[in-house]
Design a protein around this ligand. Structure first.
Ligand code: ZN
Length: 338
């Protein structure tokens, strides 16, 4: 089977995880191709053009490359530029829906002792779904600190229990927190969005007691790769700028004063996979102006168009359901060295 990915070598790059300076270009994207994933030009042409120019300015040019590191096998965007506030405000203008039951919440709860006193920090806490998991595991509300940048979900966290502390930024939390105080830091689906994950881990190290734990989850790179090779939606920068392998996470942990003590890939669940396949199949094809899906998008309301797109994706889904796949998340636990 021919691969969607190329293998052209590239030097003068720096892996954000292991610092290796060479890799292979999997594919290249233009600002317009990236913007299309977040805003449909057919539906919102002005928003699309604005986002395209914001992405072009971030990259400082007409293209970004997805590079697979020769050292750790992780994939990162080059230029390695994370989305800024303008990007997120445009690309995710619609109200974000936060998943309430992520697999990694239960995985992480296993690493919190029944009598845990904390303090604990969750970075990127959404509307508090994991905070509720901690509360049901018996962690006292006064031991839980949550950082959430968006106002509306942060207010929902604060409403869970008056003893909880919710902060609008990591900096705001750092002003209050003493060094080496925390027992746990949680970061679910956060580090793939940031430019310098090592700086975050170094900050976490400063917050943690020796032996304290970082419980982190990132998108599973094997799952993304199977999706992209199956013709589904591309995992586009500058939203996600790094795809972490366990080897890459180990190198990163080492640099920041941690060791990886546990790693686990989310189990495959057919129903979840099928739902994602039908949606991502449509979202990829709708970007191609000559496609039936593109025609449908222009003729039907979006909800109906996505339903028609799902029907069109069925034969391909059946074909791909014979192939092995993995769940969407990679969960790791890092222990702070003494
Ligand atoms: Zn690397």
């Amino acid at each position: 089977m021919s691969s969607f990915y190329g293998s052209e070598p590239i030097g003068d790059v720096v892996c954000p995880l292991c610092l290796a300076t060479s890799g292979r270009i999997l594919y290249r994207v233009t600002p317009g191709e990236s913007a299309k994933v977040f805003i449909r030009p057919t539906i919102n042409p002005e928003g699309y053009r604005e986002l395209e120019s914001v992405i072009g300015a971030l990259w400082g040019g007409g293209e970004c490359r997805q590079v697979r590191c020769d050292g750790c096998g992780s994939v990162y965007a080059w230029p390695h530029r994370a989305g800024d506030a303008r990007f997120y405000n445009l690309a995710f203008r619609e109200h974000m829906r936060y998943p309430q039951n992520r697999w990694e919440f239960a995985a992480a709860a296993q690493f919190v002792a029944r009598d845990a006193k904390g303090p604990m920090l969750e970075l990127g806490a959404g509307d508090g779904a994991f905070v509720r998991t901690l509360r049901s595991a018996g962690v006292p509300a006064g031991a839980i600190h949550a950082v959430e940048y968006a106002d509306a979900p942060r207010e929902q966290i604060a409403a869970i229990d008056p003893a909880l502390s919710a902060f609008s930024s990591l900096e705001q939390f750092l002003e209050r927190a003493g060094p080496n105080a925390c027992s746990h830091v949680f970061a679910f689906q956060v580090l793939e969005h940031v430019q310098q994950p090592v700086e975050y881990l170094e900050t976490f190290r400063g917050l943690l007691q020796a032996g304290g734990l970082v419980c982190m989850a990132v998108p599973n790179p094997g799952h993304i790769e199977t999706n992209e090779q199956s013709g589904l939606l591309l995992d586009m920068p500058p939203n996600h700028v790094t795809r972490f392998t366990v080897k890459g996470i180990s190198a990163l942990a080492e640099r920041a004063g941690f060791e990886v003590v546990h790693s686990e890939v989310e189990p495959f669940v057919y129903r979840d996979w099928l739902r994602e396949f039908l949606s991502y199949h449509f979202k990829r094809r709708v970007q191609n102006e000559g496609s039936v899906q593109h025609w449908i998008e222009r003729k039907l309301p979006w909800r109906l168009a996505t339903m028609a797109g799902a029907v069109l994706a069925m034969p391909s889904a059946l074909l791909h359901s014979m192939k092995p796949n993995e769940g969407g998340s990679l969960f790791c636990v890092l222990r702070a060295r003494g």
